[in-house]
Design a protein. Structure first.
Length: 311
């Protein structure tokens, strides 16, 4: 695995699972320290929530986001402890994972990132309560068709709905207000979607319904002393590198209401010469998407210490 042709990627919400990170903390002192630092900074035992649940509390947006951030960085610390100095060609994260990537790339400190992620989760949850909506996964229809579907749904039902996550060809998530979302699901099925079903989430992430959260999140983002990333981080909003603090400050609030352009982000990294993607976190969700973006690439999921040893 050659650093110059390797990218590190970090998952977003939906990858959480009870037990996440425990094996890293047991096997690696530096990984364990990540959980200890988080427990102290957040004034509650995030580690216990990650390792023992309950699942409904871990899945709550306000908890899931910091849990995933800490678990991924614990995995990275365990990796670095075992492998030594390893600088990949670039990094990226899916939605929440973008903040994890920025910390991993040295653009912000662990503590600043953790507090920012916790606030992000809190604000998104509050926006979801103030402006209810949801998300739906659509299989076998690509973005241009779904853009048309969403436009038609809004015209028919009112409200808002838009493409939220372009995960890979044939797997796209849409997000918006309930009536528009249900109409879009109906229209997607009529257009030939293999599946079109609502996801078990209570917020319309990456849609205009997050606008109130984006405004308040900007204040939190502006208070963080960002540095230029030591390793390029590909942003979700434009699928291009975030070159400096100004670019990061523009990106992170905009990301809450903008689609996650994951397919384009992966293709940008492929264009940089990346042939191996290492996913650091609780599961292998991003690794599973890779082959549908480009069948030639290799994906490695680092979700246990055994996966690091196998490398």
């Amino acid at each position: 695995m050659i650093p110059a042709s390797t990218a590190f990627v970090f998952p977003g919400q939906g990858s959480q699972v009870v037990g996440m990170g425990r094996a890293f903390a047991e096997a690696s002192p530096s990984a364990r320290a990540a959980f200890e630092e988080a427990d102290e900074l957040l004034h509650f035992r995030l580690s216990a929530l990650c390792w023992d649940g309950p699942d409904e509390s871990l899945t709550d947006t306000v908890n899931a986001q910091p849990a995933l951030y800490v678990c991924s960085l614990a995995a990275l610390r365990a990796f670095e402890e075992r492998i030594g100095g390893y600088a990949p060609a670039c990094m990226a994260g899916h939605s929440l994972g973008e903040l994890t990537a920025l910390t991993a790339a040295g653009a912000m400190e662990f503590d600043d990132g953790l507090l920012l992620v916790r606030e992000r989760g809190r604000l998104m949850k509050a926006a979801g309560q103030a402006s209810p909506g949801g998300m739906a996964a659509i299989l076998n229809l690509d973005v241009p068709i779904l853009d048309e579907v969403c436009t038609e749904a809004v015209a028919a039902a009112g409200g808002v709905v838009q493409v939220a996550n372009d995960n890979c060809p044939g797997q796209v998530v849409i997000s918006g207000s309930d009536a528009a979302l249900e109409k879009a699901i109906e229209l997607a099925k009529a257009r030939g979607a293999r599946r079109a079903l609502r996801l078990p989430v209570s917020i319309a992430a990456h849609s205009p319904l997050m606008q109130s959260a984006a405004g308040r999140f900007k204040e939190a983002v502006d208070a963080v002393p960002f540095l230029e990333p030591a390793i390029p981080v590909i942003g979700n909003v434009r699928a291009l590198p975030l070159a400096d603090g100004a670019a990061i400050r523009a990106e992170l609030p905009a990301q809450l209401t903008s689609p996650v352009r994951w397919t384009e982000s992966v293709r940008h990294m492929l264009g940089l010469g990346v042939t191996t993607f290492v996913e650091l976190g609780a599961k292998d969700v991003l690794t599973g998407l890779l082959k549908r973006i480009d069948s030639r690439v290799a994906g490695v999921a680092i979700s246990t210490p055994q996966a690091i040893a196998a490398m």
